[in-house]
Write a protein that binds this ligand. Sequence first.
Ligand SMILES: Nc1nc2c(ncn2[C@@H]2O[C@H](COP(=O)(O)O[C@H]3[C@@H](O)[C@H](n4cnc5c(=O)[nH]c(N)nc54)O[C@@H]3COP(=O)(O)O)[C@@H](O)[C@H]2O)c(=O)[nH]1
Length: 712
Amino acid sequence: MQEWAAAERILVVDHQPRLLDSLRLMAAGHELPLDAVETEGEARSHLASGAYGVLVVDLLHPEQAGQRLLQQIRADGLDIHVVVATSDSSQEAAVRALRGGARDFLRKPYAPEELLLTLRNALEHRRLSRENQRFQSRLRRSQQLYRFIVERSPDVIYVLDQQGNFTFVNAAVERMLGYPPEALLGRHYSVIVSPDDVSLARHGMDDRRTGDRATRNLEVRLLKSGDARPENRAVTVEVSAMGIYGQSGEEREGEFLGTYGVVRDITERKHAEALIRYQAHHDLLTGLPNRALFKDRLRAGLARNQRSEERLAVLFLDLDRFKLVNDSMGHSFGDRLLECVARRLRECLREGDTLARLGGDEFTILLPAIQRDSDPISVADKCIAAMREPFYLDQQEIYLGVSIGIAQSPEHGETVEALIKHADVAMYHAKEDDRRHVAVFESFMSQRVDQHVSIESGLRQAIAQNQLNVLYQPQIDVASGRITAMEALIRWRHPTLGTISPLDFIPVAEQTGSIIPISQWLLRTACQDMLRWPGGSESGTRLAVNLSPVQLEHADFVKDTLRILHEVGFPPHRLEFEITEHLLMRDLESVVTILRKLSAHGITFAVDDFGTGYSSLSYLQRLPIHTLKIDQSFVRSLQEGREEGHLVGAIVSMGRSLGLKIVAEGVETQAQLDMLRRLKCNEMQGYLFSRPQAALDLSGEAVERWRSAVHG
Ligand SMILES: Nc1nc2c(ncn2[C@@H]2O[C@H](COP(=O)(O)O[C@H]3[C@@H](O)[C@H](n4cnc5c(=O)[nH]c(N)nc54)O[C@@H]3COP(=O)(O)O)[C@@H](O)[C@H]2O)c(=O)[nH]1
């Protein structure tokens, strides 16, 4: 429908020119927006402009123009307030006029005041009508808006009656819970509430309170429509609800009418919250508890133990050689390996125990109630045995190993921090125990850890700052007095700690990976020294270099070794690597492969500390072994008639039968030398001949001293 302009005009159509003139005068005097025309044609063209809201027409216009104009207005549906002015004073005329669409009727002749009043009323009526239309239209728009908002709301909006039955619910209920709104109308709200939450919902969904006291964000579980069991179809929602009370009109003021509420699906938020909570307490890679959760459980365990006088134990685990695998195989491989490690460790534990990953390759175990002192050690042994088994990942066979430190409460600490720290300290000790890989905390260990820390940080600069040097100790053929080999032994002159034994820093270097650059530096330096040494060019004098198991696991070990020999110009057949039996306990197959590769270039191998490790000797035939070095402990206890004498004799004859050279280590006395000679062991190394010496000290004079020691 047409909107009327604010300033609507009045059109008067009459065949009496004098009347029209007087009307114009009157209109001008009263500032009425009035136009007066005489003919039907003029009237039509004025009306066509759309500017007229009131028409005064004489029905007795000579050519029935008034009738036609009325018909036209009706036919076109024009919203014009028509006032009929006629001299026909009959009642029928008035009725006819009103039927014809007129709103007012004026009898002619009329007084100007009468017309003026009628026109003012007409204009006022028009104004009120326009205002009403505007109001209606605003109302319609706002209703549409509210309907739009309510229907499109992602939240369920509902109204319950006094009994708690739905009287309104928007379409969101179908999206959220699958019920068409009409299916819920008239039904009690409890039909959609999870059975466990019905009493909770009672306080919220049909809450009679209003304002600040009304229910806000009450968490309940609603049920999705469907046949599934309630626990499978619950949706967690947040309900805000309040009572509705009569205000005026139909209802009594203050009368309780029902409840109005909004329901928001917070499933995703709950998931996000749960995930955040989970992330805060778990290691995302392995899914194990993290440090925070481990500490919580340990704290709870300690509190429980205080009441029950039970004891608990903390095991601190650090993987051996993980850093090497991670560096050489890449971090994603390392990550997957850690997942396998976590699974394997988990299988070694009982239900109530906690296995946590602290980060990197460090894990902790909480044994909350130990019965016997030996329980933690049994668990540790189980973990060590499990970790000794190879891992198979991407068609690769990986050997790791683990070292475990143990601290028990109350004897090793009664707080979370003390127990974890002491288990950690014991773990460092376990790392150095090449055989058992497990250690229970003892107070002296703390000092060693401080030293360990300064060794670890100092090692990084040791090469660059020229703090490393090599000493040499000869191996002598006592039959000929000839030096058969020189063993290179590393030393570290620490700027504050003084000279540090390789026994103290080699294990740290192995753990941190710095053994690789250190060993490369030693090989290069020793080869260069040997070439410079006056006796070094004596044909057949070999250079003996100790090999760390960690070096063998380094992917480029063979390539790097051959490169260094080539760069220095040292003949490979003069190099002998000393390996320990413990190395063979790890992964014999890959050790065989690597040793054979080097052996193909002439490099020889000696088994160091022979007799202290591997029980099976079958490896001697599989590996390219050239020399057996009888461990110092056998030599030290060599005394006439003691069992070790037979053992050394057996080693010598077994070695001979395999075509191996036998070297006795740690020979300190003439008596030992004589015994070894009688046992047909002619190659020896030990303080009796020489302590390890710097390259410069290995003069011809020293060599003479050794020869005289041999020949007495
Ligand atoms: N991976 C590497 N390991 C190395 C390297 N250099 C040394 N080591 C290993 O460290 C351990 C301790 O070595 P060190 O303190 O040098 O002791 C050696 C000799 O000094 C000592 N020895 C020799 N003769 C005697 C003796 O008559 N009595 C006595 N009490 N000790 C003696 O024995 C050690 C040599 O042992 P071995 O290697 O088994 O022949 C030691 O395990 C070294 O292997 C290195 O560069 N890399």
